[in-house]
Design a protein. Structure first.
Lengths: 362, 353
């Protein structure tokens, strides 16, 4: 045939229908600063990667899981014992949840101490904090789904604490539990939160968070900014694609190896099916990411200045969380509160670590 | 009011009864169905009649006022319900109540009992362990076998009836065995011959196997057919026990490694039930019956052991898979690292705009 028909090219076919040139240019020119703190930049991508693993393994589990009081535990046992590689998927999902929250906390603290929340990235910080809360909500709702003894009593204790909030506590309690007590209705409700409502909200907030990062680029820590400003130079940078992405890929593969190892060597336990009439096992406590709050509440006296001690404790945590979220507005530029804010951050980190250790050792 | 009038017979006052009068004193109410059924329609009202069938009641009528009467077991004024855990007649307290007299050599002087070790022996028994240790109120205490009000020591021919009240299957097998006729002929007191009466210890194959713990050798010569049959029973029971133990060990190893062994553990229970049945069937003295039970148990234990070994094999397979995957991951990571290092020299240093 004259001129010959060119071979089929997928990119050409797509390019004739979608203008991807701006996207290609953006990716080609996107860079990541390189300095003594730049290894902290990898935590964000790692958090995203672990979240995607959670989504993928969660979808696979959804094929077999049955969210009812009579079948939940048995369906998880079926996944663990009868479904090919079900044990692997379930154990990866369990371990990855903990790793995801740990890395999310690390990412949050690193952006805090590197002051990445300053103008123009306040919205990025706020959306990130909201994502952290969503991850904790995922952890709390997902913990009940196996419907074993630990799940049941951890949810009972956790939702009881939510019920202590003044004025709205009773509403929160009933909203969470779907009634007065933790029952099959609670399980169904938590399942709905875990697989539909929370993923939908997370998708939107995550899209916003990632878009804001692309818009504003990577933040430079104040000390690095000042250093290069004095030199009248810009810090070196590497291209996001392929340099930074390949480095991220290394971390992701290592994370995958760690997850597989944990899943095979320390499989997530099935436990004993929840008995609503049994008493709580001694020493029941929530997962590690709620433990510092749980342990703190144990040390608060029953009455403080005439007020209920537990209620005061919960309000204190809410206030502390709000102040933390408002960090960009409390420390907008290098100013008189900078050292105070940094000191508070160190104190919070040490407090969380100390209370978590005490909860396990005590 | 004049005390002489208030405490006179005309006003109904009866004063303090003598020990001889105690049963009738209590029986005024407790033997009157019309009176007692006002308080509890189902309550028994034959306690006094039963009491006088007992050795205690018989000796009291003969003038021995040292024997137990109502007040010895139920107290005088602070009488508590039988179901009250602090009552002297609550099941876990009965042995201690009987022991007050039956362990006192001076008090029991002149009695026809062979010794005063009954309560001490009972406290070494599996029955006492079940009652006081495990809190199983269905486990027998003194009154369960001897009766409470009509306390009579079981005679030779009544022993199996008492034990057989709970151990019905053992009784049926014993009665169908050659021992049913042979034991009375030699004056052997039924179940007590092998298991004792008060110090009933946990049974095991050691009671069958030749040696110092064998109960068979009390009557049988070591090489006679009876002893050889006991030996054969011992061997098959021990084989089943060992198979169950092997299966249990395999399941424990798999469980500790995180494998789910729930369904296999259910099979282990079935095997253990066959062992219990086999041990019970020993009372038939029929090796074929015992072997029938142990064969079933051995088959089940074998399947459970295989399941446990399969779980352990699967665990090893998973670990090999993880090891292989880890190697692949390291290879990929190393490849990426080398590629990055090689291309890092070509990465342009760009100023941030």
């Amino acid at each position: 045939m004259p001129g010959g028909q060119a071979g089929f090219s997928l990119s050409t076919w797509v390019g004739e229908r979608l203008d991807l040139a701006p996207l290609r240019e953006f990716v080609r020119h996107k860079t990541v600063p390189r300095h003594r703190y730049s290894h902290w930049y990898y935590l964000g991508g790692m958090t995203l990667f672990l979240f995607l693993i959670q989504a993928a393994t969660g979808i696979l589990l959804l094929l077999y899981y049955q969210p009812s009081e009579s079948a939940a535990f048995e369906s998880v046992r079926f996944i663990m014992t009868q479904v090919r590689f079900g044990w692997l998927i379930r154990s990866v999902h369990g371990w990855c949840a903990n790793l995801l929250i740990a890395v999310a906390f690390a990412h949050m603290f690193s952006t805090f101490f590197l002051k990445s929340y300053r103008k123009p990235r306040e919205l990025t910080w706020l959306s990130g904090m909201f994502l952290l809360l969503l991850m904790l909500a995922f952890g709390f709702s997902g913990y009940l789904l196996p419907w074993n003894t630990l799940s049941y009593f951890a949810t009972l204790v956790g939702s009881n604490i939510a019920g202590q909030v003044p004025l709205l506590g009773d509403f929160f309690l009933r909203f969470l539990r779907g009634g007065e007590n933790v029952t099959g209705a609670t399980l169904t409700r938590f399942f709905g939160f875990h697989v539909a409502i929370l993923p939908a909200i997370t998708g939107l907030v995550l899209a916003l968070h990632l878009w804001l990062i692309q818009v504003h680029g990577m933040s430079l820590p104040p000390s690095v900014e000042q250093e290069f400003a004095e030199r009248h130079a810009a810090p070196p940078a590497i291209r996001f694609f392929p340099g930074f992405l390949l480095r991220e890929l290394m971390g992701w593969y290592l994370a995958l190896g760690v997850l597989a190892g944990l899943a095979a060597l320390f499989p997530w336990e099935l436990g004993v099916k929840a008995d609503l009439f049994a008493s709580a096992p001694p020493g029941i406590k929530p997962e590690w990411y709620f433990l510092y709050m749980f342990e703190t509440l144990k040390y608060i006296p029953a009455r403080v200045l005439g007020f209920d001690g537990e209620v005061l404790g919960i309000l204190a945590f809410v206030l502390a969380g709000l102040l933390w979220m408002l960090a960009p507005f409390l420390d907008p530029v290098q100013g008189r509160f900078t050292r105070t804010i940094r000191g508070a951050g160190v104190a919070v980190l040490l407090y969380i670590a100390l209370m978590t250790v005490i909860a396990y050792v005590g | 009011m004049d005390p002489k009038v208030a405490m006179g017979p005309a006003s109904g006052w009866r004063g303090k009864p003598s020990r001889r009068q105690v049963p009738e004193f209590c029986g005024r109410c407790h033997s009157d169905p019309t009176f007692m059924h006002r308080f509890k329609p189902t309550v028994q009202t034959d306690q006094v009649a039963q009491y006088y069938t007992s050795r205690h009641g018989q000796r009291l009528r003969q003038g021995d006022t040292r024997v137990a009467t109502c007040i010895n077991c139920h107290s005088v004024h602070n009488i508590k319900r039988v179901a009250d855990p602090s009552a002297p007649v609550y099941p876990t307290n009965v042995a201690a109540t009987c022991e007050v007299c039956h362990r006192d050599a001076e008090y029991m002087a002149g009695s026809s009992l062979p010794n005063l070790n009954q309560v001490e022996d009972y406290r070494r028994s599996v029955h006492y362990q079940a009652l006081a240790g495990a809190g199983d109120l269905a486990a027998p205490t003194c009154s369960t076998c001897h009766g409470s009000h009509g306390a009579t020591p079981p005679g030779v021919r009544s022993v199996t009836d008492v034990c057989g009240t709970c151990h019905a299957h053992n009784r049926r097998l014993f009665e169908e065995s050659p021992h049913q006729a042979a034991f009375p002929a030699i004056g052997a007191p039924g179940c007590v011959q092998c298991h004792s009466n008060h110090a009933i210890l946990r049974s095991s194959e050691a009671m069958l196997s030749p040696g110092p713990t064998s109960v068979c050798l009390a009557c049988h010569a070591p090489d006679d057919p009876g002893a050889r049959r006991a030996q054969a029973m011992t061997e098959t029971l021990r084989e089943l026990d060992q198979r169950i133990q092997s299966a249990r060990d395999a399941l424990e190893r798999a469980d500790q490694a995180g494998m789910d062994v729930t369904s296999a553990t259910a099979g282990l229970t079935v095997a253990h039930n066959r062992l219990v049945m086999a041990r019970t069937t020993v009372h038939s003295l029929d090796l074929a019956q015992v072997t029938a039970e142990t064969s079933q148990g051995i088959a089940v234990a074998g399947r459970v052991l295989q399941e446990g070994n399969d779980k352990l094999a699967e665990l090893q397979q998973r670990r090999r898979g993880v090891a292989l995957f880890s190697v692949l991951v390291l290879v990929v990571v190393l490849t990426l690292y080398l590629y990055i290092r090689e291309s890092s020299e070509k990465e342009a240093t760009e100023k941030i705009e």
